[in-house]
Design a protein around this ligand. Structure first.
Ligand code: PMP
Length: 429
């Protein structure tokens, strides 16, 4: 495959956009080479500016559960756009999508819409602090909750000690209120809580981690966190930006049967438009302005185009719950196929999967947290990524990401992907 026009567009972009991209992981830094500029997408396929057709395993980092340019979503947006794109006033559709989300997701009475996953998580933490009257939060190394200051805390610092900023611009003052813990390690969380008695407002986590590859929660981990939160008057925040409306209609709470106090959404809930949301029981949500003291706002929040796309998407998922089975089965098929071809190529690998989220780590050890994910062979990942690209398969350009399966993928696409993986695996070290 040739990517000449993508490379020349990237050169132009770099003159006027920092690094040529509006979100860093797109720049292919982790894998090398120039990013691909996309022209359009339909169903399971991306079409780039050089005329290449690629099978897409990112799906806009999750939301395209039903495939790209899904007609009910596109039609809903087009229809709404003709009536005006933003008013900064209430619209009926906001209540409609809120009511549907509340009906689909367990343990929530009210939901507020924002414009990104970052905003959702940032606002959820502020609400947790306001509600509990405590300042500190626990986050897990390797979990990503967007780019707001409190979350950009270096992984690997001692968990019981204060975090340190890993991005210039995040102040020490902010960093000291974020306590780091190790994913899937309840003893570690217990120690962090014990060292900060009565100071912790919330524990925030991805109930299935998707930002260090895919890492499912170990048996008992989520249950253990729930118990620790109950015993210590701490709110449990599930960041379901990736898992919400994907692992089940009711997300990870439904799948695992665990009740979270605040749930954050993004991407999926906007059908691929810039949307996020956070939700909780009424007692917590009513702490928000205009009825409560915790301030949170947004000119474009509840934007009619975003709400139309999100509503069309959620209606489809709610109507056709078989979709969840279908994407799970497709992912299971891919898992089995990958396992076979990687085994016969004799490379060291670990595949993690839950539902329609899957990732390959080039490590023979179990990958259960950030440290074990970081131990994997990144050189092999780079070869794998570029080899697959050359075969017309687009996976995330970093080993610290998850593959998302959409229902538009056919079994022929999956067979082609497995065959390509087998071919590329033979070139790995
Ligand atoms: N939380 C999780 C779990 C995410 O995966 C992401 C984005 N990948 C975010 C929050 C931030 O969302 P956004 O990029 O929309 O701000």
């Amino acid at each position: 495959m040739k990517y000449k026009r993508s490379s020349s567009l990237f050169a132009e972009a770099q003159k006027v956009i920092p690094g040529g991209v509006n979100s860093p992981v797109r720049a292919f830094k982790a894998v090398g080479g120039d990013p691909i500029f996309v022209e359009k997408a339909k169903g399971a396929y991306l079409y780039d500016v050089d005329g290449n057709k690629l099978i897409d395993y990112i799906n806009s980092w999750g939301p395209m559960i039903l495939g790209h340019a899904y007609e009910p979503v596109v039609n809903a947006v087009v229809e709404k756009a003709q009536k005006g794109t933003s008013f900064g006033m209430p619209t009926e559709i906001e209540t409609e999508i809120a009511a549907l989300a509340v009906a689909m997701v367990p343990n929530i009475d009210k939901i507020r819409f924002v414009n990104s996953g970052t905003e959702a998580c940032m606002s959820a933490v502020r609400l947790a602090r306001g509600f509990t009257g405590k300042d500190k939060i626990i986050k897990f190394a390797g979990c990503y909750h967007g780019h707001s200051d409190s979350f950009l805390i270096q992984a690997g610092s001692g968990a019981v000690t204060f975090g340190t900023p890993n991005s210039p611009g995040v102040t020490e003052g902010t960093a000291k209120d974020t306590l780091l813990a190790t994913y899937n390690d309840l003893k570690n969380v217990e120690a962090v809580i014990a060292a900060n008695k009565n100071e912790i407002a919330c524990i925030i986590l991805e109930p299935v981690a998707g930002n260090m590859g895919c890492i499912p929660p170990a048996k008992g981990f989520l249950e253990g966190l729930r118990k620790l939160c109950d015993e210590n008057n701490i709110l449990l925040i599930f960041d379901e930006v990736m898992t919400g409306f994907r692992l089940a209609a009711g997300g990870a709470q439904e799948l695992f049967g665990i009740k979270a106090d605040i749930i954050c959404f993004g991407k999926v809930i906007g059908g691929g438009l810039p949307v996020g949301a956070f939700a909780a029981r009424a007692e917590i949500m009513d702490y928000l302005a205009p009825i409560g003291p915790v301030y949170q706002a947004g000119t474009l929040s509840g934007n009619p185009l975003a709400m139309a796309a999100g509503l069309a998407m959620l209606k489809e998922l709610n109507k056709n719950k078989e979709v969840f089975n279908s994407i799970n089965k497709k992912t299971e098929y891919l898992h089995k196929g990958l396992n076979e071809v990687l085994t016969s190529a004799n490379v060291k690998f670990t595949i993690n999967r839950i539902g329609s989220m899957i990732s390959v780590h080039f490590s023979e050890k179990p990958v259960t947290d950030f440290a074990s994910a970081a131990e994997a062979n990144n050189e092999n990942f780079k070869i794998f990524f570029h080899g697959l690209l050359n075969e017309g398969i687009y996976i995330a350009p970093s080993a610290f990401e998850t593959w998302f399966i959409c229902d538009a993928l056919s079994y022929e696409d999956l067979d082609a992907t497995i065959a390509a993986c087998g071919k590329v695996a033979k070139t790995l070290k």
